[in-house]
Design a protein around this ligand. Structure first.
Ligand code: ZN
Length: 295
């Protein structure tokens, strides 16, 4: 089951427990963002039979019109074709049949609880969300520019600011940030999906942190190995040229330690020394050896 389908299923569960005012606001959202909502026809399309049935049930509950349910390929279509019935539904929600541009009619929100239910309806009609394991992406696709603008404004009132773009003549309102998607899902009533998203985000963050840490340590080890190789070469050089015997005792001691422990870090060399030398002291001695070999 896709993440979108899962979210929609959860939203339908949430919808089953809502107040009548919210159920009607949700129906309004489903209608306004359905494939068609005009005097010539009302059509709600979905891949979920349960969702199409819910649409029909809500229509029957709040309006005098009944929709017909039929299968069309992989999709379910709930539609009203009779113009008289379409006009009745439009008028029920305060839309005049001759209206040129479709806008959100806020008269349909009777309480403060209703806008979220309306957004839930809009999501069920025209939105999709990608599985967070793959990508953070939630989008509403709306056929009309001004209606898309109204929806963006409505989301904005709940503190959600979607990006807006156009693709193939359709307006897209989208969210790309995991937090905004979490908040959107929670607002719509999909708490479980919102928590899932949070869990995935934490997992991803931990994995990224571990990867960064590993990369950092590998880089450090490579640096240590590179420095040790230079030191060993310098020491060999000093021995071959006979300069080694003339070196001060602490330098000879450091050189011997490095030769015996080619892979040891500075700290490990200090520890092998019995703690008599600090890290910076050891570093200084090894650097001095490299410098002297250079001379
Ligand atoms: Zn309400």
């Amino acid at each position: 089951m896709s993440f979108s389908t899962e979210v929609k299923r959860e939203l339908m569960e949430a919808a089953a427990e809502q107040l009548p005012c919210c159920a009607e606001a949700q129906l309004y959202g489903m209608l306004l963002f359905a494939r068609d909502f005009s005097p010539r026809g009302i059509r709600f399309t979905t891949e979920s039979a349960a969702l199409a049935e819910l649409f029909c049930a809500l229509l029957l509950r709040f309006t005098p019109a009944a929709a017909e349910l039929r299968r069309s390929g992989r999709k379910w279509e709930a539609e009203i074709n009779n113009p008289g019935d379409c006009v009745q539904v439009l008028e029920h929600f305060g839309h005049a049949p001759g209206e040129v541009t479709l806008r959100i009619n806020r008269m349909n929100f009777s309480g403060e609880c209703c806008p979220a239910a309306f957004l839930r309806g809009a999501f069920l009609a025209c939105a999709a969300v990608t599985a967070p394991q793959r990508q953070y992406h939630l989008e509403f696709s709306v056929s009309f520019r001004r209606l898309a603008g109204d929806l963006a404004e409505q989301l904005g009132e709940s503190g959600l600011t979607p990006g807006v773009t156009q693709r193939k003549g359709v307006w897209l309102l989208y969210f790309k940030g995991s937090e905004q998607i979490e908040d959107t899902l929670a607002l719509l009533g999909a708490q479980r999906a919102s928590l899932d998203l949070m869990g995935v985000k934490i997992e991803k963050d931990v994995r990224n942190h571990v990867n960064r840490r590993v990369n950092f340590e590998t880089a450090n080890m490579n640096r240590t190995a590179g420095a040790a190789a230079t030191q060993l070469e310098s020491i060999r050089n000093l021995r071959e040229t006979g300069a080694f015997a003339a070196l001060p005792e602490p330098l000879r001691q450091a050189a011997a330690l490095r030769e015996e422990n080619p892979e040891a870090s500075l700290q490990e060399l200090c520890d092998l020394c019995g703690g008599g030398v600090t890290r910076s002291g050891m570093n200084h001695r090894l650097k001095r050896l490299v410098e002297m070999a250079g001379e």
